[in-house]
Design a protein around this ligand. Structure first.
Ligand SMILES: NC(=O)c1ccc[n+]([C@@H]2O[C@H](COP(=O)([O-])OP(=O)(O)OC[C@H]3O[C@@H](n4cnc5c(N)ncnc54)[C@H](OP(=O)(O)O)[C@@H]3O)[C@@H](O)[C@H]2O)c1
Length: 329
């Protein structure tokens, strides 16, 4: 059945220009890494997409290997788009990636042109799409000349199978070089998808300067540190949480006493701001001027609803910034 989205869906969302490009992304995007695979509940996955789109979240982020089973998140998302959202295709930004192991043999992993182009074709088939909006090299491959990986992105765009090129998990020097190569090819780099949260700060070690200097956009993934920047782990590991699931990427031993103590102090501060810890953590990421969109995951609709509310207060006073700095030291 065709889905009819809320008429007012664009009213309460902020759309930020991606670097110096013509494209705008919602301040909050939804990622399909967890909760959209063949092991997950399809009806729940559907309601997450509908709720997000209804709230003005126009950007859905995938990768070839999202599942489990790898590929199944694209299949499920494709089913949802084909059955319910096809008439909104021009209002939706869909991204996918290749770079991590996907199929057996020498051509199903890394940064070769062979892998990236074959993988993009497979992704389009799984989703039933003619094109994706953004195609990413999912990680830097030290064994492949960067020119070759960038050539694959350029080819993806020139062939019309992708509208924009992106990179993810590249360091500052690799990012600068990728920008230069793609500029020479005439297919500018649109965006860098970088891990960034109050707990994970590598973006600040040079990459954000490279992006700002070159006018390249940034979308920040795992802004809640996979759930550790919420109050869900304060009293143990709840059933159904990412850390409790065998298919979840978050390991219980990553939830250390030190991080929990910091999260509890941050939660107190969030309370003074009339926000939940999750909302404050998302606002904090968005507060970095290089970040155009914050890429969340969600396991239920309530989380999306709570997280969107963060847009009501994305500013921090100098005192709040100093307190956060002190807590995170
Ligand atoms: N480029 C890359 O290499 C890369 C790597 C990782 C991720 N990504 C992208 O980034 C997206 C987001 O990553 P992520 O899922 O790690 O992001 P995240 O936002 O840090 O974590 C999402 C998880 O936090 C919990 N959560 C969310 N909102 C909550 C709330 N209000 N209260 C309590 N818990 C809440 C949920 O976990 P529970 O299941 O415990 O409820 C949810 O699945 C991925 O889907 C993917 O698209 C990209």
């Amino acid at each position: 059945m065709t889905f009819l989205a809320s008429q007012g869906r664009y009213k309460n969302m902020t759309y930020n220009r991606v670097g110096k490009s013509g494209l705008k992304l919602p301040a909050l995007s939804l990622g399909l890494w967890h909760n959209f695979g063949s092991v997950d509940n399809f009806e729940n996955a559907k309601s997450l997409i509908f709720r997000a789109f209804d709230a003005g979240i126009t950007h859905f982020d995938l990768a070839n290997n999202y599942g489990p089973q790898p590929g199944s998140a694209e299949e499920n998302f494709g089913r949802i788009v084909q059955q319910h959202l096809n008439h909104y295709r021009d209002e939706i930004i869909i991204s996918t990636k290749a770079g991590y192991p996907m199929w057996n043999g020498p051509y199903g992993d890394g940064g070769s042109r062979k892998y990236l182009i074959a993988s993009l074709d497979q992704s389009l088939k799984r989703m039933g799409l003619d094109y994706v909006d953004i195609f990413y090299s999912h990680r830097f491959d030290p064994d492949t000349p960067l020119e070759e990986t960038m050539m694959a992105l350029d080819q993806a765009v020139r062939s019309g199978k992708a509208l924009y090129a992106g990179i993810s998990n590249y360091g500052p020097k690799q990012t600068q070089k990728a920008i230069e190569i793609l500029t020479d090819f005439g297919t500018p780099l649109l965006i860098h998808q970088h891990k960034y949260s109050m707990f994970v700060r590598e973006l600040e070690n040079g990459t954000q300067e490279v992006l700002a200097k070159n006018g390249i956009g940034c979308i920040a993934f795992s802004p809640l540190a996979q759930g550790m920047l919420t109050d869900k782990y304060f009293d143990g590991i709840p059933e159904n949480s990412r850390a409790a699931k065998v298919t979840g990427y978050l390991q219980t031993d990553s939830i250390t006493k030190d991080l929990l103590e910091k999260a509890k102090k941050l939660s107190d501060l969030a309370g003074y701001r009339n926000q939940s810890l999750a909302q404050m953590a998302l606002a904090w990421v968005l507060n970095n001027p290089v970040v155009d969109s914050v890429l969340i995951g969600a396991s239920n609709v309530r989380q999306i609803e709570e997280n969107i509310e963060m847009l009501k207060n994305v500013n921090f006073s100098d005192d709040e910034k100093a307190t956060i700095k002190q807590i995170l030291e």
